[in-house]
Design a protein around this ligand. Structure first.
Ligand SMILES: NC(=O)C1=CN([C@@H]2O[C@H](COP(=O)(O)OP(=O)(O)OC[C@H]3O[C@@H](n4cnc5c(N)ncnc54)[C@H](OP(=O)(O)O)[C@@H]3O)[C@@H](O)[C@H]2O)C=CC1
Ligand SMILES: N[C@@H](CC=O)C(=O)O
Ligand code: NA
Length: 452
């Protein structure tokens, strides 16, 4: 992960430092300061965009924060500008997001600043559209969304949002490809998107480009911070590195909260692993870390999607997440399991065979971790199961934390590392709300009266 020449520095001191990695800014490898973020550092030491941008906007297209765009103007003053919001998907993340929006609106109301008017909620059970654009009572969103007065089609929703005088955001909290592939319809009408759904950004290359192009053409924003590392500032950090003229050499890390949780507990650092693999998978699922179907985590595709998303932003034209080596943890006989429940029921039968992997690592004094890598120099990407020395930062993660390391021309000796909770409803929804707030502030900026 880091330059091998400095590895000998690993020592009991390094071990101690890496264990407190989330609390220190000292690299466990070099003893030097690293640029380190956790969720609370979101407003980040990385600031200011270079006036001499060397990186073409092509790889960002319209998904960056600085691209020019047109927004609907309202006759209200900039102070009063609010945004209409349609929420699609009210599961683990969507439900939490609606609660967080309610909290945001209470603070915004008290401060007399713009709020999010949730005017449509779409779940599998029902679809509610507030025909006169009056905001839905978020204290009662579940009951309201089930009254199902609105038609489900994306066309009707896009038309409804497009007809309002206020700018709009569609928030996609599903893992649905159909919803992701509908983004061009919304974007072409100037409707912004915020989403934790990875499907659009890891779609086959042509589809991905079509979606990104729709955003670029209309200028509507397409924000997806939570699609990698949940609420951690991964995508914004990567884009800002590139926008400020840095050159990305390598992106690597533990990109999955589920895999992090599973391996931190199944192959623990400093003691012999005793937990059954199927047991820790179940706990990860019960904690809401997994994809709606946990097989999407265990087959490596969730990490492959995240590696695809970051690699594309960094400039690699990855054809699809299936186009590079991806390690699957699905036992062969369970590949054809009819449902997620059947898969979970069949998994305990394979606990003993996967335990052999852990034992082999333990014999070498190592732990097992599930990692994603993208080498922008050799243009090689992979998702694999690897064993690490106990002093390695990947071996020292907690709970469901992600660790993502950017080696760049500027951060070459010591990479820029982002670490923290990488899954779970609260942090993921916060990442989506953060994107919505960025869109809101762009809309306000566009609405501010011109001085000319
Ligand atoms: N969980 C986490 O920690 C993280 C999740 N994410 C992403 O967030 C997204 C949501 O995950 P999560 O909330 O955990 O999953 P859930 O399964 O809890 O929620 C997804 C919801 O979307 C609904 N849905 C599916 N298709 C449609 C549709 N066409 N219209 C309306 N609703 C629909 C589902 O209904 P039904 O169940 O009836 O099918 C379900 O309620 C996923 O894309 C995931 O990858 C990203 C980062 C972290
Ligand atoms: N299933 C994913 C959720 C976030 O993307 C994970 O475990 O990381
Ligand atoms: Na993120």
């Amino acid at each position: 992960m880091y330059p091998t020449g400095i590895r000998p520095v690993l020592s009991s001191l390094g071990q101690r430092l890496s264990q407190s990695f989330t609390k220190t800014t000292v690299s466990p490898y070099t003893g030097r300061f690293v640029r380190y973020f956790s969720r609370s550092y979101r407003s980040s030491p990385i600031r200011g965009l270079s006036s001499t941008l060397r990186v073409p906007y092509r790889s960002f297209l319209s998904t960056n924060l600085t691209s020019p765009y047109t927004q609907k103007r309202t006759t209200m003053s900039a102070q009063k500008t609010s945004v209409n919001v349609a929420v699609i998907g009210t599961g683990n993340i969507g439900g939490e997001l609606l609660n967080q929006i309610q909290g945001f609106n209470i603070s915004a109301k008290a401060a007399n600043t713009p709020q999010f008017n949730v005017v449509a909620i779409s779940s599998i059970e029902g679809h509610f559209i507030s025909k006169d654009y009056s905001p839905i009572d978020l204290g009662n969103w579940k009951a309201v969304s089930q009254t199902g007065n609105g038609p489900a089609s994306f066309e009707v929703l896009a038309d409804f949002l497009g007809k309002s005088t206020l700018p709009a955001i569609v928030v996609d909290n599903t893992a649905s490809e159909a919803v992701a592939y509908s983004y061009p319809l919304f974007l072409s009408k100037g409707i912004n998107i915020a989403t934790p759904n990875k499907k659009a950004f890891s779609a086959p290359l042509a589809k991905y480009k079509e979606i990104i192009d729709a955003s670029r053409k209309s200028g509507a924003l397409l924000m997806h911070e939570s699609s990698v590392g949940a609420g951690l500032p991964i995508i914004s950090t990567l884009k800002e590195l590139i926008l400020t003229g840095d050159e990305i050499l390598k992106v690597e890390g533990i990109f999955s909260g589920t895999m992090s949780y599973i391996f931190n507990n199944w192959s623990p650092n400093g003691k012999k692993g005793t937990a059954a693999f199927s047991e820790v998978v179940k706990v990860a699922k019960d904690n809401g870390f997994t994809e709606p179907d946990p097989r999407d985590d265990l087959n490596g595709m969730d990490v492959a999607r995240k590696v695809t998303i970051l690699s594309r932003i960094a400039g690699l034209d990855i054809e699809s997440p299936e186009a590079f080596p991806v390690h699957s943890l699905i036992p062969e006989p369970l590949v054809t399991a009819a449902s997620a429940d059947d898969f979970m029921a069949g998994l305990p039968a394979f606990d003993a065979s996967i335990a052999a992997v852990r034992e082999a690592a333990e014999k070498e004094g190592k732990v097992v971790r599930f990692v994603g890598e993208s080498d922008l120099v050799s243009k090689k990407t992979s998702v694999s199961l690897k064993s690490y020395e106990t002093t390695h930062p990947f071996a020292n993660l907690q709970h469901a934390d992600n660790i993502i390391s950017f080696t760049t021309k500027r951060y070459s000796t010591t990479p820029l590392v982002v670490i923290g909770a990488g899954a779970g409803a609260a942090v993921t929804a916060a990442g989506v709300l953060g994107d919505m707030i960025k869109i809101l502030s762009q809309v306000r900026a566009a609405d501010a009266p011109s001085k000319n």
